[in-house]
Ligand binder design. Structure first.
Ligand code: FUB
Length: 526
């Protein structure tokens, strides 16, 4: 009796409940699919099962001011027709510590569910290994279930199938698995992050590593989040790429990933970079999952677009992915992200989003993003690309940032939000400016850059808006000239999270925030 009781308990601990919460039907008018901020959803991995389109997703649970991936559980979304906007949400279908006896909680990273040849579902899940002395404890486990919603149980109770220890030693962070069952039944697993992509063949049992662990090369700018798929005999690898720089077709800011892709004619390559499938979105990370459903291809990705969203509070979106079959191999046409209909923006005096922004430190260091100046977004804990910044090993005493409008505008105020990691008076790091002033471009008479006359005091405190008002001026260009903080020996860098230019009266703002920061066609102001 006692033994049977213990056997029963063991079974309970090895099989995770199908879902701690009941599935709920939702009707959504567009992206993000879960938009109200109750459930953030991340790292989408779509698949087709039982005639429906499913998306496996993680769940971001970080508080708004915490910059960390706090991810306690996985969830599912299911629809019979993405166009219908009708989804079923299965919250909390699995947690690392419930499936894998060897796993720690709160790091339910990007997984993928694949139906095996035995018709059961295999869930490749990156989690933290509890009792490991590895320098990086992320490891990939495999769970199995008879249906996508579970219950899930460890398919390899001996431990992870990939880690820094198994099947061979490696020194990478072992996350972001993606799996392909090829037409001949052979199974391939790829994974990796921080520029390291690995691949290995698995046995047809979907679990046992079979081949050598290989480094995958040729995918330019690979950062993380690989997604393997095959179409018309060609292997496609989508991934989060961060080949940054002003001339990059991928991303201008190193923190922000695009979704890039490459092609190959055999699963282990050689791979050839092929282009960008999705430009950077509102979250710094980007994570692809592509699938064909009822004859239409879709790209699932995540953004920071949900209510209260952020880089660590991401939400899944789904858009159509089209092919250009006029070339060989076929190209993925860059996906056009869509957003659910938005309420009209309230009138505002801030006309900065209608300007193009530039700065004296051109090109702006790749960790920052000039577009942050007038994107209308302020955050409690911004990351570098949420800022324009000028930090460099040798900071100059003065910098400027500039707005340029296509036509003459009237201004009578401005607000600026400085960011710092060092106090005023510092000669290192990033400090609030010692002083700043506004200048405007006067195009007639004794033209040139002139101090804005009659301006009120220029506050320098960081962490909130500093407001300046002045009698109306008419101009096409406005500059904030910033004097760096210094300690007599060196100067600190400068950073601004948002800079507003205020018209006398509220006007409808320019809705296209994506246009913010792009170079305009209008001539410069000197
Ligand atoms: O969600 C945690 C990590 O962020 C994923 O593993 C990466 O792909 C990135 O999306």
């Amino acid at each position: 009796m006692r033994n049977r009781l213990f056997a029963g308990l063991a079974l309970v601990t090895l099989i995770a409940p199908a879902s701690a919460e009941e599935p709920r039907a939702i009707s959504v008018p567009g992206n993000p699919i879960l938009a109200d901020g109750d459930y953030y959803s991340t790292d989408p991995a779509p698949f087709v099962a039982d005639g429906a389109l499913w998306i496996l997703a993680g769940r971001d649970q970080a508080p708004a001011d915490v910059n960390d991936f706090i991810m306690g559980e996985w969830q599912l979304l299911r629809t019979d027709d993405p166009k219908s906007g009708k989804w079923v949400h299965y919250p909390d279908i699995a947690r690392p510590e419930n499936i894998f006896a060897w796993a720690e909680e709160a790091r339910a990273y990007a997984g993928q569910i694949v139906q095996g040849p035995d018709k059961r579902y295999y869930f490749y899940a990156p989690v933290l290994e509890k009792d490991s002395d590895a320098q990086d404890r992320f490891a990939i486990g495999v769970a199995v279930a008879d249906s996508p919603a579970g219950p899930w149980r460890d398919a390899h109770p001996a431990g992870p199938i990939i880690s820094q220890r198994v099947p061979v030693k490696n020194d990478i962070q072992n996350i972001d698995p993606t799996v392909l069952i090829d037409d001949d039944g052979r199974v391939y697993l790829y994974w990796g992050t921080f520029g390291q992509l690995r691949g290995i063949e698995l046995e047809r049992d979907m679990v046992t590593p079979r081949g050598p662990e290989r480094s995958i090369e040729g995918l330019t700018g690979f950062f993380e989040a690989p997604w393997i798929m095959k179409r018309k005999g060609v292997y496609y690898m989508l991934y989060a790429g961060n080949r940054a720089g002003p001339k990059s077709d991928c991303t201008p800011a190193v923190y922000y990933a695009c979704i890039a892709y490459g092609t190959a004619s055999s699963p282990m390559g050689p791979w050839t970079y092929a282009g960008v499938a999705l430009k950077p979105v509102s979250s710094t990370t980007s994570h692809p999952g592509a699938v064909e459903f009822n004859g239409q291809w879709y790209l699932a990705y995540h953004t920071a677009d949900a209510k209260g969203g952020g880089h660590f509070r991401r939400s899944v979106a789904l858009d159509r992915m089209e092919w250009d079959d006029s070339v060989t191999p076929a190209r993925i046409r860059t996906v056009v992200p869509t957003l659910r209909p938005q309420p009209p923006l309230p009138p505002t005096r801030n006309i900065a989003p209608a300007a193009s922004a530039s700065a004296s430190n051109d090109p702006v260091p790749v960790q920052y993003w000039i577009r942050a100046l007038n994107d209308g977004i302020t955050k409690a804990a911004p990351l570098p690309p949420d800022l324009w910044g000028s930090w460099s090993p040798d900071n100059p005493a003065s910098q400027w940032i500039e707005y340029r409008w296509d036509k003459v505008v009237t201004l009578n105020g401005s607000r600026i939000w400085f960011w710092n990691d060092q106090p005023a008076g510092s000669g290192v790091g990033v400090a609030p400016p010692a002083a700043w002033r506004l200048e405007y471009w006067r195009g007639h008479g004794k033209g040139g850059w002139k101090p804005v006359p009659g301006a009120s005091a220029y506050g320098t405190a960081p962490g909130g808006f500093q407001a300046v008002s002045f009698p109306p001026i008419r101009t096409r260009c406005l500059r904030a000239v910033l004097t760096a903080s210094g300690d007599g020996k060196s100067h600190a860098g400068l950073a601004v999270q948002e800079w507003e230019a205020l018209a006398p009266d509220a006007a409808m703002p320019v809705a296209d925030k994506a246009a913010a920061g792009k170079a305009g066609d209008s001539p410069g102001c000197g």
